[in-house]
Ligand binder design. Structure first.
Ligand SMILES: [Zn+2]
Length: 505
């Protein structure tokens, strides 16, 4: 699970490739929150009778999803039939239109809310061949938002780089015209702000190969990482585990020469859609619970668990809540984000565009950790939210095995822009023990998803959204900039949040 989270964090840090996407100013509206709400622990535990009042709805939602559910059918349509949903691609746009239609088919209003993606990217074809000391075809994929090679490719000697700290890379004089080769683990060890491909290109490398050690030569989908616009100016490739290990061993023994070719290309700006759907509330319709998951995926597979599963759960929650026939007390809004994999672009754009109504968002629920059995909710450092949620979870989610509530700060997916605005956020926590086997890999396909835990997760999302929408009081207050800063103090995500412009201390 820790690895899954680290990879997700790494994915978020890859913000160079959003190449100038507008960063929200989290402090602006959060600081407008009243000083009373600026206390980090202002939540009151909901009274038992308030939780009891949500029980009938919870029982019917669980029955609707577990007995008459469509989660697997929806996921299969989204993955096998729609396909890999790279942000800015035609497939993603079609999938967004399909999802909006699906919401409408449940009787839930849905619209597409476009935002500007500064650059599109087309993967094209990538190939690699070792030509010395012997010949071997090697498995590679281009890294997202990196350019292709010249038509004739790039031929160069491999130079292994173990120390990827910025100082060490800057001192190297042996990279000019060469193919820099490093292990992804060494890249992570160098820290958030190291940006190895960017600095290796600055040092003269003609191309970069990242040995991304995942089993059976599976290739990892990710975006280039750098501190500023167009940071990754040379072709960058991932190489599979076994092929990369061969290259590494031979390079230790003597010169290794590779031929690399890629037809990847970075394009101009495009409008890409978030899908926004809503079930209008009853007596407290002005307040809302927002439930979200990212619809976009990496394109080496169909993104069944990252994040077709979360998308199917959000759709299923909307279907079941609508099927109750009674409006929730508060409005429930459902959003399927674009651009998560390129740096939370869709949720950041939404928070910016909807800044004026964020005071009315009582909670944001997110599901993006795969299709494992649900365990409960992560409240990202908000102990007051943990305390308030515990009796709700014990009472309504224990039967789904989803009653653990904890407060580890992650800020690694689409809840983060909401969290940085002081809104109470909950991330669905699941058994992620098998997640790394498929995460961002060509093997992330629907056959790895089991019906029952997928549906249990959908039920946990639906029941929690319903319960929070029904409570007489907000589950927890919106907190101000100073209180958020207190939570972030010492958090390992802080350098990344500052560098990406998501957090201004
Ligand atoms: Zn994801």
């Amino acid at each position: 699970m820790r690895n899954a989270r680290f990879s997700a964090l790494f994915g978020l840090a890859l913000l160079a490739c959003d190449q100038g996407a507008p960063a929200p100013a989290p402090s602006a509206s959060a600081s407008a929150v009243s000083s009373a709400a600026a206390k980090p622990s202002g939540a009151k535990t909901p009274p038992p009778e308030a939780i009891d009042a949500a029980r009938d709805g919870a029982r019917r939602l669980t029955g609707e999803i577990l007995v008459a559910g469509q989660a697997t059918k929806t996921l299969t349509e989204l993955t096998d039939f729609a396909g890999p949903r790279l942000t800015g691609s035609d497939v993603h746009a079609r999938a967004a239109g399909w999802a909006a239609e699906r919401f409408r088919s449940y009787g839930v209003d849905a619209t597409l809310e476009p935002f500007t993606l500064d650059h599109t990217w087309v993967r094209g074809e990538a190939r690699a061949k070792m030509v010395a000391p012997r010949e071997q075809v090697l498995r590679v994929a281009a890294i997202g938002w990196t350019p292709g090679t010249p038509a004739e490719g790039v031929r160069g000697e491999v130079v292994k780089v173990d120390d990827l700290s910025p100082d060490a890379v800057a001192k190297r004089t042996d990279l000019k015209g060469k193919i820099a080769f490093y292990d992804a683990a060494a890249g992570r060890k160098a820290g958030w702000t190291a940006h190895p491909p960017y600095r290796l290109a600055q040092a003269g490398a003609a191309a970069v190969v990242i040995h991304w050690a995942r089993p059976f030569n599976a290739l990892f989908g990710t975006a280039c990482k750098g501190p500023k616009e167009a940071a990754c100016s040379v072709p960058v490739f991932v190489m599979g585990s076994e092929d990369g290990a061969v290259v590494a061993r031979l390079a230790d023994a003597g010169p290794v020469t590779l031929d690399l070719a890629s037809t990847a290309s970075v394009g101009g700006p495009a409008q890409v859609p978030n899908v926004v759907a809503e079930i209008r509330g009853g007596e407290a319709a002005d307040e809302m619970v927002v439930v979200g998951a990212h619809l976009d995926s990496w394109d080496l597979a169909t993104g069944a668990q990252d994040n077709g599963s979360g998308s199917a759960q959000v759709l299923e929650a909307a279907r079941a809540i609508r099927a109750l026939g009674t409006p929730p007390r508060r409005t429930i809004r459902f959003v399927l984000w674009a651009g998560e994999e390129e740096g939370l672009l869709g949720s950041r754009a939404y928070v910016k565009a909807h800044a004026a109504e964020l005071d009315r968002v009582v909670a944001y629920l997110n599901t993006d950790l795969g299709a494992g059995a649900p365990v409960g909710w992560d409240a990202d450092g908000r102990d007051d939210l943990v305390d308030a949620m515990k009796p709700v979870a014990k009472s309504l989610l224990a039967g789904l095995g989803a009653d653990v509530v904890h407060a580890k700060i992650r800020c690694d997916t689409d809840h983060c822009p909401f969290w940085l605005e002081g809104i109470p956020t909950l991330n669905l926590d699941v058994d992620a023990s098998a997640y790394e086997d498929i995460h961002h890999l060509a093997s992330d396909t629907v056959d790895k998803v089991k019906d029952h835990p997928l549906a249990d997760g959908a039920a946990a999302v639906a029941v929690t959204a319903w319960a929070i929408a029904q409570l007489p009081e907000r589950i927890a207050p919106r907190i101000g900039h100073a209180a958020i800063g207190k939570h972030l103090k010492g958090a390992d995500v802080l350098p990344m949040l500052i560098e990406s412009g998501m957090w201004k201390p």
